[in-house]
Design a protein around this ligand. Structure first.
Ligand code: ARG
Length: 587
């Protein structure tokens, strides 16, 4: 189903052409949802925007537009307000038909894109020599949600885990494997030992206590980059171990199973060629033995252009070299049309710099959008970056496990209060879903560019814009619609829709906005818009439920209201699934 706003835009374009000629063919009608219901449903201020260009008063322009505007099938007669705002109110019959149409639509009216793109989302991209920590929380959840929304809208989404699997920290692990597990290097078994965390901690202890070990670690990095076979074997063992650990972890966190590992090491064989190409293009300058591209718009303290090192003196490569190779590969081989990097704010300059070089090298053209989605920091209650008691970055697994443990305590308390008995299986499942979803939702419901304070109490609260609240809303609304004992699927075109009460109409209109909300998430990559929408939807449902009896209502209102309840529940379920949150039928 085509979204209402898209229809209205078309009609406006036609009216603008009819009134002022072909010159205005590509004019944006500037339609937005009305700020206040008394102005109707949509408002356009295009008349004001055109005043200068047409040399007429905005009100006169608005009148001419309205005369040519043919929206009678969707809207009441358009009205003009104030300086020249054009207000549109949707017809109840149109809304009824829309509700009826989405009732039998699994996508709830959310249209597939007319312009499917190949999109790469680069996430969660941790450095795998170490364990995932709180810094990976936002890339994981925001990357996952963006991917889900784009995929749902019909884009071809490739999720690439650009793991830091190359370079310095690996020396430590390789040296340790050589020292502690020499037999693993020669057997085909692989490394049979605990998890990566244990391995890393042991390696770190060795590194801190022994200088010869430090030397061995450094040598291992050089050997790795030189392609030494035995070193590569040790490296592979560590990577396999790490990827296995991470994969289990991704699954546990509820990230999409279709994330592909394509780490920094993947680009290693391509790096020399990337540098050679930059050289051919005349972009390379040698500075202090290193190969650099001098950046435009980045200067050092003395006001001189800043160099981006793409090959270190001595021939080694760095983070920027790899990312440049990835840019080129994503354009030329993957044929991506949009590449999205949800990565922490602290890497803002890195992305601005590599994108600039990518553009100057001709890899990034107007045909492809490279989008860095900066992520704000997660702060502790003290307002500083969240740290563990020992002062290190908090391990992500600890954070999520604590959330689950707290969700479990909340649940058990509630069970006692309600005199309910549940199986251990039920309790464990609800606690896990509520705990992880609470952390996820708290993150996703923030504007991704802002910092936020991490608070278990807030995110686990049953009130407010939280996961527990939304999960409850689903259980409750779903429960109401189930009690009606109606087979919604069978209703089809016979579904009676009555939209009389104000709150009933408001809820119906809001349900119909899902499509627009997803469109805005698609354009701006802000999952918090979806959270806000779901929260507001459940509030609109509550207002409706307060005013309108459902089960006790007379037919046809009873069935109609049950349909609204069912649509609300389905919208919440679909919306949460696009945030990576599964619903519970009981909690
Ligand atoms: N591995 C990096 C880190 O943990 C993030 C990588 C982001 N992706 C990229 N293509 N640079 O800081």
């Amino acid at each position: 189903m085509k979204e209402t706003i898209a229809y209205l835009k078309e009609r406006f374009e036609q009216a603008l052409i009819a009134a002022f000629g072909e010159d205005l063919a590509a004019t944006d009608p500037m339609l937005v949802p009305a700020s206040n219901p008394k102005f109707g449903d949509y408002q356009s201020n295009v008349a004001m925007a055109l005043a200068k260009r047409l040399g007429k008063a905005p009100r006169a322009i608005a009148e001419e537009i309205v005369q040519k505007l043919d929206v009678a099938d969707l809207c009441e007669r358009p009205t003009i307000a104030g300086a020249g705002f054009i207000n549109l109110a949707l017809k109840t019959d149109y809304l009824k038909a829309q509700i009826k149409a989405i009732q039998s639509d699994a996508r709830l009216g959310a249209a597939l894109t007319s312009d499917p793109q190949r999109v790469i989302v680069d996430y969660p991209s941790p450095n795998i020599a170490k364990e995932m920590h709180v810094g990976h929380l936002r890339p994981s959840f925001i990357g996952d949600s963006i991917s889900r929304v784009l995929e749902f809208l019909g884009h071809d989404v490739i999720r690439l885990n650009h793991v830091g699997d190359w370079g310095t920290p690996f020396g430590l692990l390789i040296a340790y494997v050589r020292e502690a597990y020499p037999e693993a290097l020669n057997s085909s078994q692989g490394l049979v030992l605990g998890d990566l965390a244990t391995l890393y901690r042991a390696a770190k202890v060795r590194f801190d206590e022994d200088e010869t070990f430090q030397e061995a670690a450094r040598r291992s990095v050089v050997q790795l980059q030189a392609g030494d076979a035995e070193t590569l074997r040790a490296w592979q063992l560590v990577c396999d171990l790490s990827n296995q650990t991470n994969r289990k972890f991704f699954e546990w966190m509820g990230l999409s199973a279709s994330i592909q590992e394509r780490g920094e090491s993947f680009y290693n064989p391509l790096l020399a060629d990337v540098i050679a190409e930059l050289d051919r293009l005349g972009l390379l300058v040698e500075d202090d033995g290193a190969q650099c591209v001098f950046l435009e718009g980045f200067t050092n303290k003395e006001g001189n252009p800043l160099p981006l090192i793409v090959q270190k003196s001595g021939g080694g490569y760095n983070y920027a070299s790899t990312d440049l190779a990835a840019i080129r590969y994503r354009v030329t081989v993957d044929r991506a049309q949009r590449v999205i990097y949800p990565v922490g704010m602290e890497q803002m300059n890195h992305f601005a710099q590599i994108f600039q070089v990518g553009k100057r090298a001709g890899w990034i053209t107007d045909e492809v959008e490279f989008f860095y989605a900066p992520l704000g920091f997660i702060l502790g209650e003290d307002g500083k970056k969240l740290k563990s008691r020992s002062g290190e970055a908090v391990r992500l697994v600890d954070l999520l496990e604590e959330a689950i443990a707290r969700a479990r305590i909340d649940l058990e308390t509630r069970l006692v209060a309600e005199g309910r008995e549940e199986t251990e299986e039920f309790i464990a499942n609800v606690a896990k879903i509520v705990g992880i979803s609470a952390v996820k939702y708290a993150d996703l419901s923030q504007n991704r560019t802002s910092n936020y304070v991490f608070s278990f109490d807030k995110m686990l609260a049953l009130q407010g814009n939280t996961a527990p609240y939304m999960l409850y809303a689903y259980v409750r609304v779903q429960g109401i619609s189930r009690k009606g004992e109606i087979d919604f699927e069978k209703l089809g075109a016979d579904a009676p829709i009555v939209l009389q009460e104000e709150t009933e109409l408001a809820l119906a209109k809001y349900i119909l906005q899902l499509d627009e909300v997803l469109g805005s998430v698609e354009a701006e990559l802000m999952p918090n818009r979806l959270c806000e929408y779901l929260f507001e939807l459940s509030k609109k449902f509550n207002q409706f439920y307060d005013r309108c009896p459902i089960l006790q209502a007379e037919e046809p209102s009873r069935t109609s209201r049950l349909i609204l309840a069912d649509l609300t529940a389905r919208t919440i379920k679909l919306g949460l699934s696009l945030l990576g949150i599964p619903v519970l039928e009981r909690m």
